[in-house]
Design a protein around this ligand. Structure first.
Ligand SMILES: [Zn+2]
Length: 303
């Protein structure tokens, strides 16, 4: 018998949700709730300068309006640094951490090896630094020559060798803030999350999280990386696209109309008709979902 699936919403409370966030949240909820699982809500507010409790409250209200329920809420990331300290210490005890003093411009210099998506591969510059400068370092975790492979629920097989494709990566910044990779691994692990559903732009961070899961003793969750929603001109939707954020959409549409449009656009429904998240549960399957980026026609959506 399958273990009760546990999924999660992990929004960043830095503004209103846009359609891409709604889409990823809807699929995460449907995947779990179509199998009578549980959902965890977690506010990812590591960046305390951009996030606020007001935005967090609005996000909760928007999720309720959409009918995307959650079974419990995990403590927000900005209040979990003592928990992250414990996992950081675990890496330290294993002898896997070292301080990195590289500046942003050094890391992004033209000689640094870069991977296909434009991010750099860290060459291990600070691994054996004889004469470290007198300032606070970031901390990196050493990665082994090993290939991580996952079978994404939507994207299929994905593999990455962390040593050659990524390099040792930062787990704590010089200002003491833990990075997303560490926080999300700890949070999902402690919440017993069994499946992580999010935008395909985060697919390449899965192997780093799988590595940390092994070091921390967590099981690997299943991964489902959903396509990005693009504006008609090909731009990625962002929080700057006020026209497609929930504040605007809520004043023009009923939740059933919004969910029906999204379900039709992504392949879950044959035609666009109003439907609630609850009713859509029985229609859900990963096989029906489109893999490719989805171009949105804002006019059509509001049509
Ligand atoms: Zn360095």
């Amino acid at each position: 018998m399958e273990k009760t699936p546990v999924g999660r919403f992990a929004p960043t409370p830095s503004g209103r949700m846009h359609l891409g966030n709604v889409f990823a949240g809807l699929i995460a909820w449907l995947s779990v709730k179509s199998r009578n699982g549980r959902m965890v809500l977690r506010m990812e507010d590591l960046d305390t300068l951009r996030t606020s409790d007001e935005f967090a409250q609005t996000l909760r209200e928007d999720l309720r309006w959409l009918g995307l329920t959650w079974d419990w809420e995990q403590t927000q990331q900005s209040r979990r640094s003592e928990i992250y300290d414990r996992y950081f210490a675990m890496l330290e005890e294993k002898g896997l951490l070292y301080p990195c003093y590289c500046t942003r411009s050094q890391l992004h210099s033209v000689d640094a090896p870069h991977r296909a998506d434009g991010t750099y591969v860290y060459p291990g510059t600070c691994r054996n630094l004889a004469d470290p400068p007198d300032r606070a370092p970031a901390w990196r975790v050493m990665v082994p020559q090993k290939t991580w492979a996952l079978e994404d629920l939507l994207q299929g097989p994905y593999t990455e060798n962390l040593a050659t494709d990524c390099g040792d990566f930062v787990v704590r910044r010089a200002d003491g803030v833990y990075v997303y990779q560490l926080a999300v691994t700890v949070d999902d692990g402690e919440a017993g999350v069994t499946e992580v559903v999010r935008g395909v732009d985060l697919l390449s961070s899965a192997p780093r999280q799988m590595y940390l899961q092994e070091l921390f003793g967590f099981d690997h969750p299943a991964y489902g990386h959903v396509p990005l929603l693009l504006a008609p001109d090909g731009r990625r939707l962002s929080k700057r696209d006020k026209d497609l954020d929930l504040g605007y959409l809520r004043s023009h549409l009923k939740p059933e109309e919004l969910i029906g449009s999204l379900a039709h656009t992504c392949g879950l429904l044959d035609r666009s008709e109003p439907i609630s998240a609850e009713e859509l549960r029985s229609e859900f399957s990963w096989e029906k979902l489109k893999k490719e980026d989805i171009y949105l026609d804002a006019q059509l959506l509001l049509g």
